[in-house]
Ligand binder design. Structure first.
Ligand code: ATP
Ligand SMILES: Cc1cn([C@H]2C[C@H](O)[C@@H](COP(=O)(O)O)O2)c(=O)[nH]c1=O
Length: 194
């Protein structure tokens, strides 16, 4: 059974870039990289539909079921090697503040595969996060949202912080440097899967 490494963070923090570089460092052959948003065909189209046409409860339930789907996909991949996953259940928790929800779901009932490592990539300077988002094509609705005090993205960031994940400050370091930092942590604890 392989190991699961989850990379979390807000839009533009560098998750997909760092996930790819980390996979490379860890050895491509044994590591597959997946993005929660592309785990099944049509995910982003449906996510946009739900966002535009449904309330926050439906949005939350859509993402929860998608995480379950992602977990099942990961489980199959773990039989053949290790997996680096860009976003997981922590995104769903952080992006859906409980104060906005009228439904409550016991996450343990989803029986998700538990990560062996979870890293939260933080960018403390909002102008840097915005610059990164502006330098690439927009991919999601929250790509447009600027974090100001009391805003939705501020709530998302606080929710992430409350989860107490291993936090990596990605404000000024290069993506390569961040990946190397994570590589050291993972390598130190990992049994080689051959
Ligand atoms: N440490 C870094 N320093 C400078 N630029 C970076 C860094 N990490 C990523 N970038 C650049 O910032 C942009 C956003 O990175 P990336 O797409 O990896 O973020 P993301 O967290 O996966 O975003 P999203 O969640 O919105 O998909 C890309 O253009 C990428 O090349
Ligand atoms: C898992 C999850 C994600 N979101 C948001 C966060 C992002 O803005 C998009 C996903 O696109 P990305 O290219 O992977 O950044 O969806 C959400 O609102 N709820 C969730 O559970």
């Amino acid at each position: 059974m392989g190991k699961l490494i989850v990379i979390e963070g807000m839009d533009g923090a560098g998750k997909s870039t760092v996930s790819g570089l980390l996979s490379k460092l860890l050895n491509n052959r044994e590591y597959s990289t997946i993005n929660m948003s592309s785990v099944f065909e049509g995910f982003l189209t449906s996510a946009k539909y739900v966002n535009d046409n449904c309330g926050v409860d439906a949005h939350y339930l859509y993402f929860l079921s998608s995480v379950k789907h992602c977990s099942d996909t990961i489980e199959k991949k773990l039989a053949h090697g290790n997996v680096v996953c860009d976003r997981y259940i922590y995104s769903t928790i952080a992006y859906h503040p409980t104060s906005e929800l009228s439904v409550s779901v016991d996450i343990s009932t989803l029986e998700l595969v538990q990560p062996d490592f979870t890293f939260y990539l933080s960018v403390s300077d909002e102008s840097i996060r915005q610059e990164r988002l502006n330098n690439r094509a927009q991919r999601s609705v929250s790509d447009r949202l600027i974090k100001t005090k009391g805003s939705y993205m501020d709530t998302v960031e606080k929710a992430y912080e409350e989860l107490g994940l291993v936090t990596i400050d990605c404000t000024t370091k290069t993506a390569q440097k961040i990946a190397e930092e994570l590589f050291v942590v993972v390598e130190a604890k990992l049994e080689k899967v051959i």
